[in-house]
Design a protein around this ligand. Structure first.
Ligand code: SF4
Length: 331
């Protein structure tokens, strides 16, 4: 019986700029204001990251009523609805917004076009916090479609001013198919100038497309709640390669590798590299002798931290903005 011999690592994989920034916001808020810092929803969808931040002093909540008066609150990378933002402001919390700037970009577009009288079709997964946050930018006039069948059923009040937006972490191919169905039914629909699916989702899916045909099994490191990680596993499976997703190395099962000599390994945008290294160690213990990293796109994007949490890299001191509000951003 053959055992795993080689591990081929996808590139890029793991943390994106939005996840890096969100985690740093929580860590710096704890350093600056002391524990506990409250975080609405999992800051990013990864069990290891959430447990690590809990150990450092973060408390994760879903309901703002669970946050005591005067507390510091961080919004997760997925973004929040207007109602949540307004409630948090009304309760007087010090707020840091860790919404990924690429999600905020979609919120801004929705608000701008809504003012011009547009109605929206949102392509996304029902119940995902990013979808709730984006749809919650408006009181009405934004309709969710999850698949092509939904496109046939959706009933906007008018079709002259209709725009489409998407969740940032969808399958690029599925979203293209659903967008085509939207265009076919509503030929005047306005589409985003640059697609809403983010660079990190696109790059990780592109890497899996190159990786999958070269290996006998694909392992995706990611938590079950992570949309982009699920899409990576599905994509590898669609390409005909057996694929599994694991939250940690403990979940790997020896029989997945029996008779499979080349193992492809990737990680969702919220999965830290330490988990990838632990998975590599475990597969090595099962027999793999070499690890090779694929050639791939180098990601250099970095998003700035919010006001009040910026640190000068040279001095290690906090950067104070020349504005009246040097404290936590109210946004
Ligand atoms: S996956 Fe994309 S949208 Fe989500 S945090 Fe990362 S860069 Fe932002």
């Amino acid at each position: 019986m053959l055992e795993p011999k080689e591990i081929l690592l996808a590139e890029p994989r793991g943390f994106c700029a939005g996840v890096d920034r969100a985690i740093e916001i929580v860590e710096r808020a704890i350093q600056k204001f002391g524990a506990p810092i409250y975080v609405r929803h999992e800051i990013v969808h990864n069990t290891y990251v959430v447990n690590d931040l809990k150990a450092k002093g973060a408390i994760f909540i879903e309901e703002l009523s669970d946050v005591p008066p005067g507390a510091t609150l961080v919004f997760s990378a997925h973004g929040v609805s207007k109602a949540v933002q307004q409630e948090a402001e009304a309760r007087g919390f010090s707020i840091f917004d860790a919404t990924c700037p690429l999600v905020t970009k979609v919120h801004v577009e929705v608000a701008k076009l809504a003012k011009e009288g547009y109605e929206f079709i949102m392509i996304g997964h029902k119940g995902h916090p990013e979808v709730e946050g984006t749809m919650g930018q408006l009181d009405h006039g934004i309709h969710l479609v999850e698949d092509v069948e939904d496109v046939a059923r959706v009933q906007p009040a008018q079709t002259e001013k209709l725009a489409v937006v998407t969740q940032t972490t969808l399958s690029v191919d599925d979203a293209a198919e659903i967008s085509a169905a939207v265009r076919a039914r509503f030929p005047n629909v306005r589409e985003p100038k640059q697609q809403d699916i983010c660079y990190a989702t696109q790059n990780r899916q592109d890497a899996v497309k190159v990786l999958s045909p070269q290996v006998d099994v694909v392992i995706v490191v990611g938590s079950p709640t992570s949309s982009n990680s699920n899409r990576l596993r599905e994509l590898a499976a669609k390409l005909g390669t057996t694929a599994y997703m694991v939250d940690s190395a403990d979940e790997l099962q020896g029989e997945w590798f029996k008779g499979r000599s080349r193992v492809g390994l990737t990680a969702g945008a919220s999965a830290p590299e330490i988990l990838v290294q632990q998975v590599i160690d475990r597969i090595k213990a099962l027999g793999a002798v070499s690890v090779r990293t694929m050639a791939g796109i180098e990601e250099t994007i970095k998003f700035p931290l919010p006001k009040g949490l910026k640190i000068d890299a040279a001095t290690g001191l906090e950067i104070r903005e020349r504005t009246p509000e040097t404290g936590p951003s109210a946004h």
